[in-house]
Design a protein around this ligand. Structure first.
Ligand SMILES: *Cc1c(COP(=O)(O)O)cnc(C)c1O
Length: 716
């Protein structure tokens, strides 16, 4: 037993002892009743710890614990939650068990460089991580025999601040391990913590493995920050995508090769291996080494590896795919290729693409099943990789698509959840991908839907004000920065949200294309438009940081009157409130660079209307009645020209459609036309763009076929 554990156990009364188990399983985060338990422990701490149950348990006064131990209502709620937890995590017959009772004992392993489960574990940097987090939550809900592996970054997602010139500063507060839902993993054999030696090039690096529970699934996180390692090796897993190419190569060796070895040491024997983005593709090489060690030739091994491997690519931009110089590859892999029975040339050929070692190529050649993350992205990927194969045309490139989704129970606002329970079904979460059930939204009273939306909007604005107030107290924020923070936003006026990573292809600048036209929109006396921005630029992305500076300086410029705001430090916590609280979710990527996008799905399911370029998921979701498409009518080679045309289309649609519809109210002050659109968005987008639909698709079209093929090969 480690110290934190005894500490908490000593504090909790026996009757409340299982609160600890609850706090250490992220299951709590997507179940209302368990969130409410932690709120009841201490509402103030709930807010100040940004919803961290472990900190709440550690910091809540013992009197609270004593009081609740004899509070029959609390105990009743606790028992109900624990019964639900046991049903979901241990007992129960979830979907997968019903569909595939004969396949339950075969593990599906999921490898990803980042996981966004909750703000309290900041080991993600954006969409890819949040998707991985949502994927494993759903795998738990559906009952897949699932295990995931990634990194414990002790300086994970950075905190964002702006200096006096509006330049982004990145702060890396180290993760306090005692306050995160992590425990040292135990190896299948031997005593004590799972410490693991991995050969990286010419040296041995020790890896510590942490375990976290996500419903019925486990996520294992590798950590090189152990005393026995050299100081430079302790940095290997400090940050996401940190350092240079060599650091990155070593991280990917840890993820792919270390990941396989560690799963073995933990006692897993996965039959399906899901490579989530090229970062994890080295897992194929380790699997090859295992087969060759058993006496197979590399060619035979390749057949086995391909049968069980599923690869998801996420990047439509060629430069976004990881590549390594041959020199670097040689430095780290020269002892490796003889173990595969290969020559240097044969080995480097596995990834050789334009004279560098390309991780996507490696993954594509060694995975029997591959997919992009939206229909458009699937087509773009087929075009991008057609040259990898002989005798293949663009149509027959073996890359399909599974459009991304979001984990609805995690992203649905409180007010909306209550409304769905009341008017759709008390069991809506269970039947969330049933379109027929959602047809019931037609009968939902419009006033109620509107009021729920207004309540979430007010909640968001009050959170923004509280953050601004705290910053003012703690750092004496200067007045112009306060103005930029959103405290002037009017809850009765239209709010358009734009929150995402500040990569330049996302074109956050588009709305500023014609400043005078923009000013007319925001300063309209009776029908003002407000904009709320949030997002971080990668610390090494100077163009992204310049764009941030540009927008931040507009936000604090008095000419815009506080109607353009910038919320600092975008993360999953901020994102939750924004996707639930704005009126419109704006997305303006340069086509076809948005592989899928998922924040708009979160918004739609909360009744927030999308206004977006027809790219990624939106090209599949938009039906003419459930939001708006920004369509310039033509595509241009010249990107400046395209920006101008898209900006023009955007202003036009705001002036002619969005603003009039929002402000068209009946006698009860309800915008009936707007609410009709909200209903259409929820009905059409909720069931379709959920991880429920997505993970079922992965299961039936990828995991189960891969599993069956693998089992057949094992018998042959
Ligand atoms: C959902 C989410 C994303 C992904 O959003 P995109 O639509 O891909 O930009 C990124 N970051 C956070 C914090 C999120 O919650």
């Amino acid at each position: 037993m480690n110290e934190e554990k005894t500490g908490l156990q000593a504090k909790l009364t026996p009757r409340l002892a299982r609160l600890e188990e609850l706090a250490y399983n992220f299951w709590w985060s997507w179940h209302r009743a368990s969130r409410d338990l932690f709120k009841q422990l201490d509402l103030q701490l709930w807010a100040t710890t940004r919803h961290n149950p472990i900190r709440i348990l550690l910091e809540t006064p013992s009197e609270n614990i004593q009081r609740l131990t004899s509070d029959p209502l609390f105990l009743r709620d606790l028992d109900a939650v624990l019964m639900e937890l046991d049903k979901d995590v241990k007992n129960g017959r979830p979907w997968y068990v019903q569909q595939h009772p004969d396949l339950q004992q075969h593990t599906i392993a999921y490898f990803s460089a980042e996981f966004g489960l909750h703000t309290s574990l900041p080991i993600y940097s954006g969409g890819l991580g949040v998707l991985s987090g949502d994927h494993i939550k759903e795998a738990s809900d559906l009952g897949l025999p699932f295990v995931a592996i990634g990194f414990l970054y002790e300086q994970g997602y950075f905190r964002q601040r702006f200096d006096a010139s509006g330049w982004q500063e990145a702060i890396y507060p180290p993760l306090n391990l005692a306050e995160a839902a992590l425990r040292p993993a135990r190896c299948a054999e031997g005593e004590g913590e799972c410490l693991f030696t991995l050969r990286i090039g010419d040296r041995d690096v020790l890896l510590k493995v942490w375990e976290t529970h996500v419903g019925r699934t486990r996520l294992y996180l590798m950590d090189a920050n152990v005393e026995q390692n050299a100081p430079w090796d302790r940095q290997l897993t400090a940050r996401l995508y940190g350092g240079d190419q060599e650091m990155r190569l070593q991280q990917e060796i840890i993820l792919g090769i270390g990941g396989v070895k560690i799963l073995r040491a933990l006692g897993y024997n996965p039959r399906v291996w899901h490579i989530n983005e090229g970062h994890a593709a080295f897992l194929c090489l380790e699997r090859a080494r295992e087969y060759v060690a058993q006496g197979l030739s590399f060619a035979e091994a390749q057949g086995r590896i391909r049968a069980g491997a599923v690869f998801t690519t996420h990047t439509p931009v060629p430069a976004g795919h990881d590549t390594f110089d041959f020199g670097l590859m040689e430095k780290y892999f020269y002892p490796f290729w003889p173990q595969l029975g290969m020559s240097r040339e044969e080995f480097l050929g596995l990834g050789n693409h334009n004279d560098a070692f390309n991780m996507t190529k490696l993954a594509l050649l060694l995975s029997g099943r591959a997919n992009g993350v939206s229909a458009i992205h699937g087509a773009v990927s087929r075009k991008m990789w057609v040259n990898l194969w002989d005798n293949v045309t663009e149509e027959t490139v073996p890359i399909q698509h599974v459009t991304n989704g979001v984990h609805l129970p995690s992203w649905t606002g409180e007010a909306m959840h209550r409304l769905y329970r009341k008017h759709i079904s008390p069991d809506w979460v269970k039947h969330q991908d049933d379109p027929l059930m959602w047809a019931r939204i037609e009968d939902m009273p419009e006033e109620e839907l509107w009021q729920a939306h207004v309540a979430m909007k007010r909640k968001m604005l009050s959170i923004i004000r509280e953050r601004a107030r705290d910053a003012r107290i703690q750092q004496a924020t200067p007045p112009d920065q306060l103005l930029a923070s959103g405290i002037f936003l009017d809850p009765d006026a239209l709010v358009i949200g734009f929150a995402r990573r500040f990569a330049t292809y996302k074109r956050a600048y588009l709305i500023f294309n014609d400043i005078e036209r923009l000013k007319r929109l925001i300063h309209d006396r009776y029908r003002p438009v407000q904009f709320l921005f949030a997002g971080k630029a990668h610390p090494a992305d100077d163009p992204g940081k310049m764009l941030l500076q540009y927008i931040y300086n507009i936000a604090r410029n008095p000419e815009f009157g506080g109607r353009i705001a910038f919320v600092e430090d975008y993360d999953m916590h901020v994102s939750r409130y924004l996707v639930q609280g704005v009126d419109v979710w704006l997305n303006t990527p340069r086509k076809p660079n948005e592989a899928s996008g998922t924040s708009g799905m979160k918004a739609a399911f909360n009744g927030v209307l999308n206004l977006s370029i027809m790219d990624g998921w939106w090209a599949e979701a938009y039906n003419g009645r459930n939001g708006w498409s920004i369509d310039a009518g033509a595509e241009y080679e010249d990107t400046n020209w395209q920006d101008g045309a898209d900006a023009n289309a955007l202003y036009h649609i705001l002036e002619e459609q969005v603003v009039p519809l929002y402000y068209q109210r009946d006698r009860d002050d309800v915008p009936r036309g707007w609410v009709a659109m909200m209903k259409e968005a929820i009905r059409t987008i909720g069931p379709q763009f959920s991880t429920r639909r997505m993970v079922k698709e992965y299961t039936e079209n990828y995991y189960v076929p891969a599993l069956k093929e693998t089992l057949a090969l094992e018998k042959s």
